[in-house]
Design a protein around this ligand. Structure first.
Ligand code: ATP
Length: 212
């Protein structure tokens, strides 16, 4: 009887349920309108989220955020301060690590105009209501930070008890990828091409979870 060959373990596939195939950058917008309401869109799976998406080749993150808001919610918006960004991180069901850079946008719109079947509805909601609707804790924490920045920038007036509650450190969301990753395979041909950020100042700002 031939001796059984020892089975070689491929370190990348030994724990497939815990490996992350790559980390894909994205950009999105937290849009506040003139009534002080926040734009959310509902995924067809029922999750309320912010509009966001992939960054096209040669595109800046801020341009990607504005474009995604327009494409996914039919809302034209402008960025308040392109140097001020927030980041969230998570692992999606395809086992991709996602790092999303968010911008505060303002818009005169009062309604979303949905165009993509994957997002059948959306609209503007008062900040406290929006926090309660959001599907993901990363997004709730991020919105609390953005609301404070919006008040400082004069985009949002008044106070909101919910929004004033100090949020968990948004940067800590990066741990979501690190905690799940045994392998983060981010080699060049696996990665989505991303534009470098708009300016050194923006890059530095993106590492600050709570702009002061
Ligand atoms: P994109 O919108 O960037 O073009 P996509 O539609 O594939 O790409 P992803 O964010 O990569 O979107 O994946 C979305 C899925 O990730 C959601 O349906 C949800 O199941 C899961 N998910 C887990 N955590 C989060 C989170 N914090 N934010 C968004 N989605 C999350």
């Amino acid at each position: 009887m031939p001796a059984r060959m020892p089975r070689r373990r491929n370190p990348r596939s030994s724990r497939p349920e815990r490996s992350i195939r790559r980390v894909v950058e994205g950009a999105g917008g937290v849009v506040i309108n003139e009534a002080g309401d926040v734009l959310l869109i509902r995924h067809r799976n029922g999750s309320w989220v912010f509009p966001k998406g992939h960054i096209e080749s040669g595109e800046s993150k801020v341009d990607a955020a504005v474009r995604e808001v327009e494409e996914e919610a039919g809302v034209q918006a402008t960025v308040v301060d392109p140097r001020q960004t927030w980041q969230t991180a998570y692992v999606n069901p395809r086992r991709e690590g996602r790092r999303i850079t968010w911008y505060l946008l303002r818009s005169p719109a009062t309604e979303a105009v949905m165009r993509e079947p994957i997002f059948p509805s959306g609209g503007f909601f008062p900040p406290d209501e929006a926090i309660g609707m959001l599907a993901f804790e990363e997004d709730r924490a991020m919105l609390r930070h953005v609301l404070r920045a919006a008040r400082r920038a004069g985009v949002l007036e008044g106070t909101s008890s919910e929004a004033d509650v100090p949020a968990a450190d948004v940067e800590a969301d990066d741990a979501a990828i690190d905690a799940e990753a045994t392998t983060v395979d981010n080699d060049s041909d696996a990665s989505t091409p991303t534009a470098e950020d708009d300016a050194p100042a923006a890059k530095a700002a993106s590492r600050e979870p709570v702009p002061s």
